[in-house]
Design a protein around this ligand. Structure first.
Ligand code: C2E
Ligand code: MG
Length: 514
């Protein structure tokens, strides 16, 4: 082999080796790349899976009620809308129901017991209700059930099942519910699900006596009432400006001298076309809104004006008791407002008594007691109003710096018919006297009641037996005559229907506890 041939062979071998090496390197590179791709792909898939599960759990959270873990309002809207679309020829029925004594349960046993009741109610829907298209915990105290092509018997069966299950909740207290039922009218084109839910709420409000029937069907008449109420709410501000709210005064009478010693200011609305409206016709509409605060401010100012006029006319001014809505007891702002008014009208604090409703101060949060203490520090006279209406919170008498208690009318009614009741009343009054409290009894309607109260040491009485609430002019006339000839109203005034409903619920609960 020549030198040149050897050189060519060696060069070829080197080239082949180099190419083999390159191929090998590339192979490794590709393999590395392929592995990397696999890893990336895997990683990517994992990430997508994670994302999907996050989205699904977010969705679940977004559509689940935080406390009861069943569908919430958004879930309900979606689900109902899709059913309405899918079954345009079906007849749907919406049931809305609320736990009617949830407020009392929260008040008596604490909010955590209230939550337990709601969870139990949700479980009842989950486990016991068959044939519903959807059910949900729509808002704090409203559950919704949508039914498709259901008979009236089936609807009643659902109402009865839930009612019975709720009864089983506790051996110590009752859990009650009220149901509003709306057979959805497809002619109401454009009604949103919230409109539909509102119709069930209107039906719930139409339940008159939950002991006889705890459900009501929606009727078109209810819409009229609903619209009237809405109109009233919007008219209120205007009515305040044009002084359509009037102060009525109801005398409080000393049970020994039969002289008027004080008066309670009670609001009336001179409503165009309807005459003088009782607070029961409009206060519930305003009660949980800032409107009630505006109304109270207005009333307090009107009371200051009345007292100012008495002083300016050289009449002996009488202390006026003013109702303080529980909503004020959330901040101290109203105390400054009261002081400002007294300052502007040059009225001393002993001429205004603040009536704090029992429901606003019993079992109240710490902040409420601090506000009460502050009122006392600033020299206001305090009275617990409607004492005995929900329960008789005897601890209030020792914990709060109050000077007066006003026994609720229902307390007198419930107790004056039985010996046992009269004994409780006697002891309650004796104890209040022991604590140096002035006792006023509200709702005295007969001479017999007045005499009995006087005998057991009650100081002051208020009630139709003496006088119904009067406008200031008639009140002044009555005061001048000093009740020499006993004044008795010929007609009866607003009933306590709403309030008595609450008392009944409580009585039921207490009976169960007993
Ligand atoms: P309340 O503070 O317990 O006032 C007593 C209610 O009992 C008054 O009803 C009065 O007319 C009624 N009443 C008094 N004696 C008798 C009686 O012998 N028999 C009967 N059947 N009723 C009697 P009214 O004036 O309808 O007021 C109802 C409630 O409205 C008041 O209850 C009070 O909670 C609220 N209210 C009235 N005015 C105001 C106000 O200016 N501000 C606030 N926040 N609430 C007010
Ligand atoms: Mg009062």
């Amino acid at each position: 082999m020549s030198y040149i041939t050897s050189f060519i062979i060696i060069t070829l071998l080197v080239i082949i080796a180099y190419m083999g090496y390159q191929l090998y390197i590339r192979n490794i590179h590709y393999k590395y790349k392929a592995d990397k791709m696999d890893d990336l792909e895997q990683n990517y898939e994992n990430k997508i899976q994670n994302l999907e599960s996050t989205i699904s759990s977010l969705n679940k959270t977004a559509y689940t009620h935080t406390v009861t873990k069943i569908g919430n309002i958004d879930y309900f809207i979606n689900r109902c809308s899709s059913y309405f679309e899918r079954f345009p020829d079906s007849v749907f029925t919406m049931i809305g129901f609320s736990i009617s004594n949830l407020g009392k349960i929260n008040q008596f046993f604490g909010p955590s017991e209230g939550d337990k009741v709601m969870i139990y109610t949700a479980d009842t829907l989950r486990n016991s209700i068959r044939g519903s298209v959807a059910y949900a915990h729509v808002n704090s105290n409203l559950f919704g059930i949508l039914l498709r092509d259901t008979t009236e018997e089936e609807i009643m069966e659902i109402v009865e099942t839930i009612t019975a299950k709720l009864k089983d909740y506790s051996p110590t207290f009752a859990v009650t519910a009220v149901f509003g039922i709306y057979c959805i009218n497809r002619d109401h084109v454009g009604d949103s699900l919230m409109d539909i839910m509102n119709y069930t709420l209107l039906a719930q409000k139409a339940v008159k006596d939950p002991k006889t029937a705890n459900y009501a069907y929606f009727t078109e008449d209810l819409i009229r009432t609903y619209n009237e109420n809405k109109k009233m709410s919007t008219e209120m501000e205007e009515a305040l400006d044009s002084h359509k709210f009037i102060v009525y005064l109801q005398p409080m009478v000393d049970l020994h001298s039969y002289h008027i010693v004080s008066a309670e200011a009670l609001v009336r609305w001179d409503y165009p076309g309807k005459g003088i409206l009782s607070p029961y016709a409009f206060l519930p509409l305003f009660e949980n809104t800032s409107l009630i605060q505006k109304l109270d401010y207005y009333m307090w100012e009107e009371c200051c004006k009345v007292i100012r006029r008495w002083i300016d006319n050289k009449m002996t001014p009488l202390p006026i008791s003013m109702n303080i809505s529980p909503l004020h007891l959330q901040s101290t702002a109203f105390i400054d407002k009261l002081e400002q008014l007294m300052h502007s009208y040059l009225i001393s604090k002993d001429l205004l008594v603040l009536e704090l409703p029992e429901r606003g101060v019993a079992n109240a949060r710490k902040e409420v007691s601090e506000i009460i203490m502050k009122l006392k520090e600033r020299g206001f006279s305090l009275c617990i109003d409607n004492f005995g209406s929900v329960h008789s919170p005897l601890n209030l008498l020792k914990d709060y710096p109050i000077e007066r208690i006003k026994l609720d009318r229902s307390f007198l009614m419930r107790n004056s018919s039985s010996n046992e009741g009269l004994t409780i009343l006697r002891y309650l009054i004796a104890m209040a006297k022991e604590l140096n409290l002035t006792v006023i009894t509200e709702g005295v309607e007969s001479l017999q009641q007045a005499n009995f109260l006087s005998d057991i040491g009650c100081d002051i009485a208020q009630g139709y037996f003496f006088a119904k609430p009067l406008d200031v002019r008639h009140f002044d006339q009555l005061n001048k005559s000093m009740l020499r000839n006993l004044y008795r109203p010929s007609e009866y005034y607003p009933t306590f229907e709403d309030f008595e409903k609450d008392v009944d619920i409580l009585t039921q609960m207490m009976q169960r506890v007993g």
